[in-house]
Design a binder for this molecule. Structure first.
Ligand SMILES: Nc1ncnc2c1ncn2[C@@H]1O[C@H](COP(=O)(O)OP(=O)(O)O)[C@@H](O)[C@H]1O
Ligand SMILES: [Mg+2]
Length: 344
């Protein structure tokens, strides 16, 4: 009997297109001997389709786990879902909550870790609690921009200074992020971020940093991959550099002394555990010229094309792409079995 895997992709986020690419790669690589693959596409408005044609609904009947075709009423049984969704409504605990309600095992982080990893404010608080080094930061709320803009600008100037990075708290792919070098650029940067989120993070901007990333894989006993490095094609790793111009480079493994790489890999595991991750996570760091390491963020559903950092890190660590997918599905089932032990 093949395992029936629902690959859910697209979604209502700015990272819709990235998700399409990740999902296509995953479905191509999944072993057809082992899996029956069922593609579920979510359009930009949030409507769900089977094979991009027929409207479907997720069944919330836990005796009948799967989807129901809207017109014919035909049932599509599903054993595990791989939510290949990045950003809001995908990587933030919302779809994870939906799948919990439906009683279907799913790949990756649960509700809490997804939400915590998506919200840069909560993520930083959890990292701080775990003793991880981070750049100085502060939170600015949109309502404060509306009520007391001058006070907020003054506070950011005093607490953080320039250059700083202004980021919507709950987003990814560098959308809405600005590097601010001078005071007069601060207000427009805050206003831009406030278009995307009611909560904004302003943090100390590091100059001339190296950006390195580690893949983490596992549930209670997570493993870290080799360290990879990104050479962004722009001044920082913005949306253009990530997805458009194709000129950013990945160096795997990153050219680093062994002890340094080991230190970073250990920190990646600490970061993964700090948000109580499961399945997978990519932990991103900054390395300064003075040899300081700062944790930047964790992504609980990192880009997952064949050419994305996360799968490439695992390939370089000895786990090929299709075996990585096997492992993630297995981890999803293990996590589900563990949660099913809880008394109700
Ligand atoms: N404090 C910082 N100092 C220097 N560069 C930064 C800083 N914060 C972010 N950046 C740059 O901006 C990019 C996107 O920021 P990041 O926090 O990773 O947001 P996202 O979640 O959208 O990926 C980073 O990859 C890096 O190039
Ligand atoms: Mg990032």
């Amino acid at each position: 009997m093949k395992l029936k895997v629902g690959v859910v992709y697209g979604g209502k986020s700015g990272e819709h297109d990235v998700s399409l690419q990740s999902a296509r790669s995953i479905m191509e690589a999944m072993n057809p001997e082992k899996y029956e693959i069922h593609p579920f596409f979510i359009d930009r408005r949030g409507n769900w389709f089977y094979r991009e044609k027929e409207k479907v609904y997720l069944s919330l009947d836990t005796e009948e786990k799967g989807f129901v075709k809207a017109t014919s009423g035909e049932f599509i049984a599903i054993d595990v879902v791989f939510p290949v969704l990045h950003g809001p409504y995908g990587e933030d605990g919302t779809i994870q909550g939906l799948l919990e309600m439906a009683g279907i095992p799913y790949v990756g982080a649960g509700v809490l870790a997804s939400a915590a990893g998506m919200d840069k404010g909560i993520m930083k608080a959890l990292f701080a609690r775990a003793g991880l080094p981070q750049v100085k930061y502060t939170t600015v709320y949109r309502y404060r921009l509306e009520e007391a803009i001058e006070e907020e600008i003054k506070r950011v100037k005093e607490e953080i200074g320039f250059p700083c990075f202004v980021k919507p708290a709950n987003l990814g792919s560098s959308v809405g992020i600005s590097k601010v070098k001078r005071e007069e650029e601060l207000l427009p940067a805050l206003q831009l971020a406030a278009r995307y989120d009611a909560k904004i993070i302003v943090e100390q901007g590091l100059e001339g940093v190296r950006e390195v990333e580690v893949g983490v894989l596992g549930n209670y006993h997570p493993q870290a991959s080799v360290v990879g490095e990104i050479i962004p094609s722009n001044e920082f790793y913005d949306y253009q550099a990530k997805y458009i111009d194709g000129r950013s480079q990945l160096l795997i493994p990153a050219p680093l002394p062994e002890e340094r790489a080991e230190e970073i890999r250990k920190m990646a595991i600490v970061a993964f555990k700090a948000v109580e991750g499961s399945g997978l996570g990519r932990v991103d760091f900054f390395l300064t010229g003075e040899g300081k390491i700062y944790v930047n963020e964790i992504n609980t559903m990192p880009g997952f094309t064949r050419y994305s950092m996360y799968p490439k890190l695992w390939e370089a660590t000895g786990l090929p792409y299709s075996e990585l997918i096997d492992r993630l599905i297995q981890l999803a089932q293990e996590r589900f079995a563990d949660r099913s032990r809880n008394a109700v």
